[in-house]
Design a protein around this ligand. Sequence first.
Ligand code: CP
Ligand code: NVA
Length: 306
Amino acid sequence: MKKRDLITLEALSSREIFSIMKLARKLKKAPLSRKKVFRDKTLALLFQKPSNRTRISFEVAMVHLGGHVLYLNPQEIAMGTREPVKDVACVVSRYVDGIVGRVFSHQDIVSLARYSDVPVINGLSDLAHPCQALSDIFTIRERIRRLRKVTLAYVGDGNNVLNSLLMVCAKTGVSMKIATPEGYGPSREIFDEASKIAKSKRAVMEMSTDPYEAVRGSDIVYTDVWVSMGREEERDKRLRDFERFQVNERLMKAAKKNALIMHCLPAHRGEEITDVIDGKNSIVYDQAENRMHVQKAILLKILGRG
Ligand code: CP
Ligand code: NVA
C-alpha cells in the first residue's frame, strides 16, 4: 500500500479534514481510549528548529497511543549539513514507523517525504504549518459549530501559518479577511487556490493592507509573530514595517463584539499582539491543547490507516 504523507493541506479533501476533526473530538473526550494502537511503533521527530507545542503534543500523543518517540534535535542529525536529506530519509525510515519533520526550507520536507519509506508529517516549514491549521479549525469549531458562518481576520505576516490557514478555511467554508503590509502577503499560488476552493463553498477570501478593514465584522482575529524562525536577520526592518498591524484593544474594538482572539504561539507581547491575548476572548491555550488531540487523529489516519 502506498504510504501517505502530510506535507501541505492541499493533499487533504474537505471530507478528510472533517473526519480528522470528528476523530479528534472523540479522542479529546477519551484521551486514553486507544492506548495500545501504536504498541511497538516509533515516531521520529526530526527538528531543525526549536519547539514547545509541536514537540510535546506529538510526544504525548504518541505515548497515549502506546507508541514511542525519538526526538532528534537540530544538532543531533544536522540534516543537510552533516549529511544530505536523502541519506537521512533513507536511513531513519529504516528504523522508525513515521517521521515528523520541522525544517527551514519547505523543499527539505518534500525531499524527506520523497526518499522516506515511512509516512512524513510536516511539523512546520517556511511554507506551511498544516498540523497547526488543523488544530485551529478544530478549535474554531468547538466555539462556532457552523463553520460556514465564520469570518476569520488574519492580521500580520503572510507566513507559513497563514498559508495553511487559508487552505483549511477554504476547505471548510470559513471566509477570511487578510491584512498584511505591502510585500508580506501569503503565497500567491496558495491564495488563488484557496480563493477558488472557498468560492465553491460560498466562502470568500479577501486580502488588503488595512487591518481595520480586515477585522470589521469578523468573528475571529488571528495573528502570528512578525519574525518567524529563520528570519531573525530581518527583525529591525520587520518591526518597522509591521507597526500598524498590532492586534491591540483599539483594533479589537473594530471587530465584532466578543470576537475571539487566536495565535498559534509563541507570542511576542508588545509586538504583534498586546495583553489582549490574556483577555477572556482569547482561545490561544485551547489551540495549543488541541494540537495534541488533533495530531492523535492525524497519526491514526496516517500511520494507523484510520
Ligand atoms: N505553534 C507551534 O508550532 O509552536 P512550537 O513552535 O512551540 O512548536
Ligand atoms: N510563523 C512562526 C510559527 C511558529 C509556530 C514561525 O515559523 O516561526
